[in-house]
Design a protein around this ligand. Structure first.
Ligand code: SAM
Length: 377
């Protein structure tokens, strides 16, 4: 309890400290040539913490590490020099930081494997990154979150020093002792989009058994039901780690308890893996290939009291909330296969999630059941 209080005290000091430094940074930043003032002031991550961040992400020779807001370049330089990352890219809006990063890369003999871009991190193409490191601020992490989901591949590892990602819970949280205080390191693996209806069949000595799995998703958290032989069962032990999915179905077949453990790799609308069936007449290990029903999210989804327009613009999903004659763009919007999730915090707070099947969307709106139907126009 005491250490918790101490930790929240320390966090408050960090946030206030960053806030003061930000004011100074704004002033200094304006004097330099840059697109706009930084969203976060420059505060370097101590090397002890840098190493723990790269360790938790298991950075190695296959990795391309991006540090968004790279300061003096220490994270990407350490990634290539000590963790043998293939390449590192640091992005900073402040030209002074980019100059320092280039000098440090030169001193470390790392110029062949790192590059530094003077850019607004919100404009950087981050799609090639396998690991992304951050030391920003809670509000900046939240603004960045939809970009991570839009641009990065499932399985991309994200590590943040001291600040979390709101309701996207970390897969791991570490406390690291630095020279002056205790630091927190948050670690996530970007999940694949798996929401929707999946179908497969498993061949058994008694013929094909057909399965229908309906999955819901909120970030890496998944839940759902499986229908087989006309009976519906909730899945248990469901896990989604990047593109790796696993879940268990426990059923009674011909009076015997049967435990089916499914695991596989998600690739678009296909999952391939194995099913380990224990108990019952079909016990054994089997290959498992599931296909997701095609889904179309585009359109205007209406319910009593409002509508949500979902459309594709420049290869990206865009959502707009329509209420009366108000039309409000939703920047914190996610598409996970057939599932959507969004948050609006301007004016009224809204958290909504749903899964589309045909012309029907079902889910929750601020925790209450929500149903919408697709209409023309
Ligand atoms: C807290 S420091 C972290 C530095 C480094 N990542 C580290 O951990 O040592 C944040 C850095 O983000 C940069 N920054 C702030 N807003 C930015 C933006 N919109 N685009 C790019 N860099 C930004 C600042 O200039 C600063 O160097």
């Amino acid at each position: 309890m005491r250490s918790r209080c101490w930790l929240s005290g320390a966090m408050a000091v960090v946030v206030v400290g960053l806030g003061i430094a930000m004011a100074v940074g704004l002033f200094v930043g304006l004097a330099a040539v840059q697109q706009r003032p930084p969203d976060v002031p420059y505060v370097p991550t101590p090397y002890e913490v840098v190493r723990e961040m790269l360790k938790v992400a298991r950075v190695g020779p296959k990795d391309i590490v991006y540090d968004l807001g790279c300061g003096d370049g220490r994270i990407v330089i350490t990634a290539v020099k000590e963790f043998k990352a293939q390449r590192g890219v640091g992005v900073d809006i402040d030209p002074q930081r980019i100059r320092e990063s280039n000098e440090n890369a030169q001193k470390a003999g790392a110029t062949d494997r790192v590059k530094f871009l003077q850019q607004d991190l919100f404009q950087t193409d981050i799609s090639e990154a396998t690991v992304i490191t951050l030391y920003l601020l809670p509000s900046v992490n939240l603004r960045l979150r939809p970009k991570l989901f839009r641009e990065c591949r499932p399985g991309t590892r994200i590590v943040s020093h001291d600040f979390d990602m709101g309701e996207w819970e970390a897969d791991r949280t570490l406390r690291v002792r630095g020279p002056y205080r205790e630091h927190t390191v948050y670690y996530w693996v970007l999940p694949a989009g798996v929401a929707g209806t999946w179908r497969w069949s498993v061949s058994t000595p008694k013929g094909e058994r057909r399965y229908t799995l309906r999955l819901r998703q909120r970030f890496q958290k998944i839940s759902g039901t499986v229908v087989t032989d006309g009976a519906e069962t909730s899945i248990s032990e469901a896990q989604l780690n990047g593109d790796q999915i696993r879940f268990t179905v426990v059923r009674e077949i011909q009076g015997q308890k049967v435990t089916m453990r499914f695991s596989g790799r998600v690739n678009g609308d296909t999952v391939r893996g194995s099913a380990d069936i224990q108990g019952g007449p079909f016990a054994g290990k089997r290959d498992w290939v599931a296909k997701r029903d095609p889904v179309n999210l585009s359109g205007t989804w209406r319910w009593q009291g409002g509508a949500l327009r979902i459309e594709r613009r420049n290869g990206q999903w865009v959502a707009t909330l329509l209420q009366g004659n108000r039309s409000q763009p939703i920047s914190d919007f996610y598409v996970w296969g057939a599932g959507i999730y969004f948050r609006l915090s301007e004016g009224t707070e809204i958290t909504a999630e749903g899964v589309v099947e045909g012309d029907r969307l079902t889910g929750t709106w601020n925790g209450k059941p929500w149903t919408a139907t697709r209409t023309k126009g």
